[in-house]
Ligand binder design. Structure first.
Ligand code: SAH
Length: 357
């Protein structure tokens, strides 16, 4: 297929696709047809859009923007992890997590991640690049297609740090709402914190989307600066108080609560005194704490917390009136932790570019 360097169509609104059609000498209704086939039917190949003239199908002036499946891994609980090939040979992970009444897609915002959190598989390989809007929306369509089910929730908890790619993340949220009919409230953006970007995220969301209704989840993981820096080296440039101030600022601008994520690492940050210190920090903060038992990754020596430690931590927070839930581990047999599948398959950027897995 003779594809030009034109930007992909995925990610564009119906009006933008109409404009695209007329700019290419086509009637505007071709743009509406493309919109229906791209988002409604989830077509990944121009040749499959049978309503279009053959000349257009055979020599499309722009790529649709869909990625190809490189590998899939299905866990016994139904969690599906997809490794997708991007146009430049890099790969990205996405996960579909089904329950009876939900299908959550865990999307990546970057290929790799520069934050280097010590317990995270993605952090081990550094950052290759940020994803473009079509590469984020594609993950949701790919899971929809693979699981034959409409995703109800999207969480930006795959590879990458969304606050280092705010433009594309907000454009993707816009597209998911507008073109796939998802409610913004069913979308969660998870961040480990990048200085000065939290208020910016809320301001840009209001300016671009007219609302800031997605949920912000902040990965805290420790009840004090020293332990946090040990787990998250990037936290050295972001003092804890400043991070919490920025969260308050975010709440003031967006009018939404923030939820906090706390990974439980056996023996390291999972003791009742850690819970007490965390509750103290979050005093007066209308928030929700999500406890995430550590998923072991090959390279690290951290331990999974015992069930008793998880329960003890949860109770200690609850006793101090902190709203808390424990995230059930899903897909443990499908390399559940962020970035694990890609690492296990050892898809290095060089190997991928050379076409090797
Ligand atoms: N960079 C963002 C989003 C990606 S990580 C962030 O840090 O929030 C999404 C969540 O998965 C984070 O809360 C992260 O701490 C958690 N996570 C990463 N590695 C994990 C592991 N090995 N076990 C359990 N949770 C993990």
């Amino acid at each position: 297929m003779a594809l030009t360097t034109e930007l992909p169509l995925l990610g564009r609104s119906e009006a933008e696709l109409e404009q695209w059609a007329t700019a290419h000498g086509l009637p505007a209704f071709r743009g509406r047809q493309l919109h229906g086939w791209i988002y409604g039917r989830g077509v990944s190949d121009w040749r499959a859009i049978t309503v279009l003239p053959a000349a257009l199908r055979d020599a499309p002036p722009a790529p649709l923007g869909r990625s190809r499946e490189h590998h899939r891994s299905l866990a016994s609980d139904g969690t599906l992890k997809l490794l997708l090939d991007l146009a430049d040979g890099l790969t990205v992970e996405t996960v579909g997590i089904p329950t009876a009444d939900r299908l959550t897609v865990c999307v990546s915002s970057q290929v790799g991640c520069p934050m280097a959190c010590r317990f995270c598989a993605t952090g081990k390989g550094g950052l290759q690049r940020s994803l473009a809007v079509h590469e984020i929306v594609d993950q949701v369509l790919s899971v929809r297609e693979a699981m034959q089910r409409r995703p109800s929730h999207v969480v930006f908890m795959g590879m990458g740090e969304p606050l280092l790619n705010i433009d594309a993340v907000l454009a993707a949220i816009d597209c998911l709402g507008r073109d796939l009919g998802m409610a913004h409230r069913q979308i969660t953006v998870s961040t480990v914190g990048v200085p000065r970007t939290l208020p910016q995220l809320a301001e840009q969301a209001l300016a671009r989307l007219g609302r800031c209704q997605f949920t912000l989840a902040v990965s805290l993981h420790a009840p004090d600066q020293a332990l946090r820096e040990h787990l998250i080296p990037a936290a050295r440039s972001y003092p804890y108080e400043q991070l919490l101030d920025d969260c308050r600022h975010y709440v003031a601008i967006s009018g939404r609560r923030v939820s906090f994520e706390y990974i439980l690492l056996g023996g390291l940050n999972d003791q009742p005194h850690h819970a007490d210190a965390l509750a103290q920090l979050l005093r007066g903060f209308q928030s929700h704490v999500n406890l995430i038992p550590y998923n072991p990754i090959a390279e690290e020596e951290y331990q999974r917390p015992t069930p008793a430690a998880v329960e003890g931590f949860r109770r200690a927070l609850q006793a101090r009136h902190v709203a808390v839930s424990v995230r059930a581990s899903r897909g443990l047999d499908a390399d559940a932790a962020c970035g694990q599948l890609r690492r296990r398959l050892q898809v290095s950027p060089q190997a991928a570019a050379a076409g090797r897995p």
